[in-house]
Design a binder for this molecule. Structure first.
Ligand SMILES: *Cc1c(COP(=O)(O)O)cnc(C)c1O
Length: 425
């Protein structure tokens, strides 16, 4: 089970004699025990096992094990959605009065959570530009700063991080790095190998890959020592809600993920359903087959767009002309850059409307990252409440069109986009 490909197909489940070949959907809320002492051992965290599906479910465990192995972590936690993963991951580190530093070019849903909802809970997000210097990052970090947050491929603007800069910051301040690896997927990038400690996913995207199940995942790298680190008291003082367990001592290098489950899922309740875990697990079996196709189709399209007279600019790190191409070659498997591409259309909002009407293969949806090609014009949909100036500062100018390139035939994809673009000239 060494190769990434084999893990995609088989990790997390191996049938014993006479058992089903495919991991089953265990559609049960609860699990029965012969004695109450047997169940008590699980509550005391002395033995493993399922009691109640809000906390742990066998079908979810298959997916958790698979994604943790794909990311190279020590444990995974499946959640109801990507947003549930991000919230659970953050509340595992932050209390009221704490803060964290996030780059500002991130997924819009995360931006709102950080900028509005967490603020109301008294958790402050300090935004900073992805390319700010280490000194500038340092100025945002104080005793109450609990982690630094960024995305491997920022959705929708497509920018990439300098992992080495973040790893140096983490060492200097002895602080956790949390990364959203949704758009890259572990096939293209494994952030833990570059010093990241907590990886979050919207499995709704490439891990499922077919647009059938909302879900999320948290992976613990097992590479951060919470023990006696004053930034993380919740791992170092006896937890009154868990019989005085000291997580950093009891769980060693898997303290983070065990606390996320036994406190986070227990109290917040954002667990994945067994049905969605089953569907996502089937999808993940072909991750290694789909990601090269997504990446190759997108690069071929990006090369055509770069030369098209209706196009102002193209942002795709896979292009040799892209200023971040070197980072893609350094950090991404074979330089693959996934299936999301942004470009600027000449003529702004009006041209964007004409362009989208002309598309046949690409459908207008707010989703990205499945087998079927789709398109979104943020300025007239997801970001329509913003002024033109606000759109620019949010990194989504009015002319920006986001394409999620599927795994249909390359020439069909190119023809569809070029035909629709020609209508705008
Ligand atoms: C979609 C997405 C999310 C949110 O995930 P949901 O499953 O929709 O809750 C978070 N981060 C990124 C990068 C995304 O693309």
């Amino acid at each position: 089970m060494d190769s990434f490909e084999t893990k995609c197909v088989q990790a997390g489940y191996s049938p014993k004699n006479g058992e089903p070949r495919v991991a089953s959907i265990v559609q049960s809320t609860t699990f029965a025990y012969d004695t109450s002492e047997g169940m008590a051992e699980i509550f005391d965290l002395k033995s493993e096992g399922c009691v109640y599906s809000r906390l742990k479910n066998p079908t979810c465990q298959v997916l958790e094990t698979k994604v943790a192995e794909l990311e190279g972590g020590v444990g995974g936690l499946a959640t109801a959605s990507g947003m549930a993963a991000i919230l659970t991951a953050i509340l595992n580190l932050c209390d009221t009065g704490d803060n964290f530093v996030s780059v500002s070019s991130i997924y819009g849903g995360s931006y709102n959570l950080f900028n509005v909802t967490l603020k109301k809970l008294g958790i402050e997000c300090r935004f900073i530009d992805l390319d700010a210097s280490e000194e500038e990052f340092g100025k945002k970090i104080d005793d109450k700063t609990r982690f630094i947050y960024f995305e491997t491929i920022a959705n929708p603007c497509g920018r990439l991080p300098d992992f080495e800069k973040f790893a140096r910051l983490s060492k200097k301040y002895n602080i956790v790095l949390m990364v959203d690896n949704t758009i890259a997927s572990p096939y293209i990038c494994r952030p833990i190998e570059y010093g990241v400690h907590v990886v979050v996913h919207s499995t709704t995207k490439y891990l499922d890959g077919h647009g059938v199940a909302i879900g999320g995942m948290i992976v613990d790298g097992g590479n951060f020592n919470y023990l006696n680190n004053p930034r993380y008291p919740q791992f170092n003082i006896p937890d009154a809600s868990y019989h005085g367990v000291v997580f950093a001592k009891h769980f060693g290098n898997a303290a983070y993920i065990n606390r996320a489950r036994s406190v986070g899922l227990r109290d917040l309740g954002g667990s994945m359903s067994p049905m969605n875990a089953f569907l996502t697990n089937i999808g993940a079996e072909t991750l290694h087959v789909r990601m090269p196709r997504h990446s190759e189709n997108t690069l071929a399209l990006a090369k055509v767009l770069e030369k098209h007279p209706a196009v102002l600019w193209v942002k795709y790190a896979g292009l040799e002309s892209d200023p971040e191409h070197a980072k893609a070659m350094k950090y991404f498997y074979k330089g693959y850059c996934s299936g999301m591409l942004a470009f600027g259309i000449k003529g702004g909002r009006e041209a964007a409307a004409v362009f989208q009407k002309g598309l046949k293969l690409f459908k207008i949806v707010t989703h990205v990252a499945d087998t079927k090609s789709c398109v979104l014009h943020p300025a007239s949909t997801t970001h329509r409440q913003l002024s033109d100036a606000d759109l620019i500062s949010a990194g989504v100018p009015a002319e920006l069109i986001r394409l999620s390139v599927g795994i249909e035939g390359e020439q069909d994809i190119i023809n569809d986009v070029v035909n629709a673009l020609n209508n705008t000239l």
